[in-house]
Design a protein. Structure first.
Lengths: 271, 264
């Protein structure tokens, strides 16, 4: 047991060091990541200027700002950035052979790297996030109940699992297809609009909202943020967490299944 | 000059042949872009489900804006995007050496290595959307409007080029530069919003330092908001584009001096 833990701690460490080698890439990525948030804030400010009641679908301006600020934060914390490309690359170029010979589970190995990258990235980003929250402080309300923090933590962790297993499953397609970037971008475009990245999903017409509620994408971003804002509570919270756990389990099964099928087709290109 | 035109014609021909070799990929990329574009239209639908106007812009005016953004950015992507996105890789691997030895200007050589014809098709989708939005607005652009529109589109493409080229040049200083491609998309993300929503210091930055707000707004206003005088916007866009293009050239010359020619 201890040996297994030590092994993956080492992987975690390697991931962290690798990240630090490219620290500038890192910093600039986060700086550019702020630009859409600035645009979003200006756009919605104009939207509220045109709204007589000062309310849009039950959000006042401050709540909406909080929504987008939290979305950016959770997105940075859980969304894989390069993992699917790296995995697909390892399959395509045959670099995976070297890992297959080691006593590690590939899924656990990649998950450790993902966790190390996300945690480090968030840690580096924290001063920036704190600064943004400070600038927007008049719009920020923290959760009133201690329990909310717990629920938020749980749903963020589940969101991370869904996102990682989904990215991993997509990357597995590289066993069959030479070029998977189109597939990744097609899924990514659905994810982008249906995870609540661009606008809070309760602005959708009700016939679509039902569909979105049962789909996986809302649980990648929108749901944890709603939990944080205490807009989902009580029974709805329990149901939501159950659906989220269901999707995390489904994505995990898909990731494992695709790996088993795919590895039989692995050609170990180049050696 | 003629030599450059001849080279460019050959590049275009080769790119077309190359793309026709991967027909399925060509179609899939078009599908990807179409989905993104539909997502944007859905977003506008959601916004205007809430309000009648945003900063004085009506729904179909904003649809025109998004269509124009599609035209400009897809034309840019057809002509330059892949080449600029690959520049950091040329620098990292030292393959830029080869480009340096070519008997043409190296900035020209790295910027025009291949064209993406699928993006031209996507630009046509943008033209379709703009036409549709104009008909919903009940507007029929006059000849002067169309001429002005056609004249400012290249300025927009040049602004896209200058911003992304400057970002790619950073790879001479910082090795792994994927974040710059990301940066390009993040910056132009806000080019689809009506210019009027931006205020204060950010309005200045996004108008003068990186003129990303004007590139789609100026042509869109010529078509969809003919009651506003276009000249101020055109003059600003032209000046800002010339300035940033000149800055790009200076940056490129500085960057070349830094080039370490890895592995040779």
């Amino acid at each position: 047991m201890n040996a297994a833990v030590a092994k993956y701690l080492k992987v975690f460490d390697v991931g962290a060091q690798n990240t630090f080698v490219y620290r500038w890439n890192f910093v600039l990525r986060s700086v550019f990541g702020i630009v859409p948030l600035i645009g979003t804030i200006f756009l919605w400010k104009a939207m509220y200027g045109s709204s007589a009641s000062g309310q849009l679908s039950g959000y006042n301006f401050s709540q909406l700002i909080l929504y987008f600020a939290m979305t950016v934060f959770v997105d940075n914390l859980v969304t894989p950035t390069e993992d699917e490309w790296q995995i697909a690359g390892e399959i395509r170029d045959g670099r995976m052979s070297f890992l297959l010979l080691k006593p590690v589970s590939y899924l656990a190995y990649r998950f450790t790297l993902y966790a190390s990258y996300r945690l480090l990235y968030t840690a580096v980003l924290l001063p920036g996030v704190a600064l943004i929250f400070f600038f927007l402080r008049e719009h920020i309300t923290l959760p009133g109940h201690a329990f909310t923090w717990l629920a938020f933590g749980a749903s963020t962790a589940l969101a991370a699992l869904i996102q990682f297993f989904l990215a991993y499953s997509l990357a597995m397609l590289a066993f069959w297809l030479l070029e998977i970037s189109t597939v990744i971008f097609i899924v990514f475009s659905l994810e982008y609009f249906l995870s609540g990245h661009v606008f809070p999903l309760d602005l959708l017409p009700s016939w679509l909202a039902g569909f979105v509620k049962w789909g996986p994408f809302a649980y990648e971003l929108y749901f944890p943020v709603q939990v944080f804002m205490e807009r989902i509570r009580g029974e709805a919270l329990a149901t939501g967490l159950a659906i989220q756990a269901g999707w995390a389990a489904t994505a995990w099964l898909a990731a494992m299944g695709l790996w088993r099928l795919g590895i039989r087709r692995y050609q170990a290109v180049g050696g | 000059m003629n030599r450059y035109l001849a080279i460019y014609r050959l590049t275009a021909r080769n790119s077309l042949i190359r793309e026709m070799n991967f027909k399925l990929n060509f179609l899939l990329w078009m599908l990807v872009e179409l989905l993104w574009f539909l997502g944007q239209l859905a977003f506008i639908e959601v916004l205007y489900g809430q309000v009648q106007e945003i900063a004085g812009w009506t729904k179909w005016q904003v649809v025109t804006l998004v269509g124009v953004h599609q035209i400009v950015s897809q034309l840019f992507q057809a002509l330059f995007y892949v080449n600029l996105a690959n520049l950091p890789e040329l620098v990292r691997t030292g393959r830029l050496d080869l480009m340096l030895t070519l008997p043409v200007d190296t900035q020209f050589a790295v910027s025009t290595r291949q064209l993406s014809f699928d993006c031209l098709v996507n630009a046509l989708v943008g033209v379709g959307i703009v036409t549709f939005a104009m008909s919903r607005l009940g507007m029929m652009p006059g000849l002067l409007q169309l001429a002005l529109f056609a004249a400012v589109i290249p300025l927009g493409i040049a602004a896209h080029y200058a911003v992304m080229f400057s970002l790619s040049c950073m790879s001479f200083w910082i090795i792994r530069a994927q974040s710059f491609i990301h940066g390009y998309f993040n910056l132009f993300h806000i080019g689809r919003y009506p210019e009027a929503v931006f205020r204060g210091v950010f309005r200045f930055i996004f108008t003068w330092l990186v003129p990303i707000v004007l590139v789609s707004n100026v042509p869109a206003k010529i078509l969809a908001r003919p009651f506003e005088s276009p000249w101020g916007g055109i003059a600003t866009l032209a000046t800002a584009t010339v300035l940033i293009l000149a800055a790009t050239r200076v940056l490129w010359l500085m960057a070349l001096r830094r080039y370490a020619s890895a592995s040779s």
